[in-house]
Design a protein around this ligand. Structure first.
Ligand code: PGA
Length: 259
């Protein structure tokens, strides 16, 4: 089954609204639509109202970095799915390693968020990944399948086309991270695919699995050359429009080599 290729970046806690407008405009200016490819940018909440209209009707989804599962209520500091869709946000990132590790987000909370996001009509980019300790103990596969099964618990196959998975080994993310080798990624990506098909049969074959963690133009093609990897989820290397284009070009070259 041919899966779409999904590529984009999470800006984390970087950029003012004005900076995001310039960044998204520059990314859009340099973006050639590619058959079967979907692009995204996930800026901070404060940039969303300014950039969502810029990308409307383009091949770029604008995403939020998090949301709450409730539709409204006494949840100081939180944002609901309906607030995001009301300003044209199409995608929400859920379960990023920094949310899990720094802010105590649990698998159960992520399950509730996935359910709420899909019910509100948002697409979901769900992150899974093992820590360095889990890798050393040899429980990487168990970790990602547990995260995946809980996050998708109770979800009907009908919603599956709205879901993309990012495999991001926690030990590979950020300035202190060690880039994973393709040999680290292959078995986990295959295990995620097996888990998806165990849950959803053939429908599980259609879910894109992205790789993320210290991706840059020098290694992007190594990951997209892997049969179970269907895109890239990039941080630092794609925080300039030139960087975004360079990593994308390298990723597409890796993909072309395998097709
Ligand atoms: P990085 O970030 O590419 O800067 O390692 C990846 C991520 O946090 O998703």
């Amino acid at each position: 089954m041919s899966r779409r290729f999904v590529f984009g970046t999470n800006l984390k806690m970087n950029q003012t609204a004005a900076e995001s407008v310039r960044f998204v405009q520059d990314v859009l200016d340099g973006l050639e639509p590619v058959e079967g490819c979907q692009f995204f940018v996930i800026p901070p909440f404060t940039s969303l109202p300014a950039v969502a209209p810029l990308a409307a009707g383009s091949p770029l989804w604008i995403g939020a970095q998090n949301m709450h599962w409730a539709t409204d209520g006494a949840y100081t500091g939180e944002i609901s799915a309906g607030m995001l869709t009301s300003i044209g946000v199409q995608l929400v990132l859920l379960g990023h390693a920094e949310r899990r590790g720094l802010f105590g987000e649990t698998d159960e909370a992520i399950d509730r968020k996935v359910t709420a996001a899909l019910a509100a009509g948002l697409k979901v980019l769900l992150c899974v990944g093992e820590t360095a300790a889990e890798k050393d103990f040899g429980v990487g596969e168990e970790t990602v399948s547990r995260q995946l099964k809980i996050a998708l618990h109770g979800m009907d196959a009908v919603a599956l086309p709205q879901v993309q998975i990012a495999y991001e080994p926690v030990w590979s993310i950020g300035a202190g991270g060690t880039p994973a080798r393709p040999a680290d990624v292959t078995p986990i990506a295959a295990h995620l695919r097996t888990t998806l098909t165990a849950l959803y049969g053939d429908h599980g074959q259609g879910v894109p699995i992205l790789y993320g963690g210290s991706v840059d133009p020098t290694n992007a093609g190594d990951f997209t050359a892997l049969p179970d990897i269907d895109g890239l989820f990039v941080g630092r290397a794609a925080w300039t429009a030139d960087g975004y284009r360079d990593v994308l070009a390298a990723g597409l070259a890796g993909l072309a080599g395998r097709r």
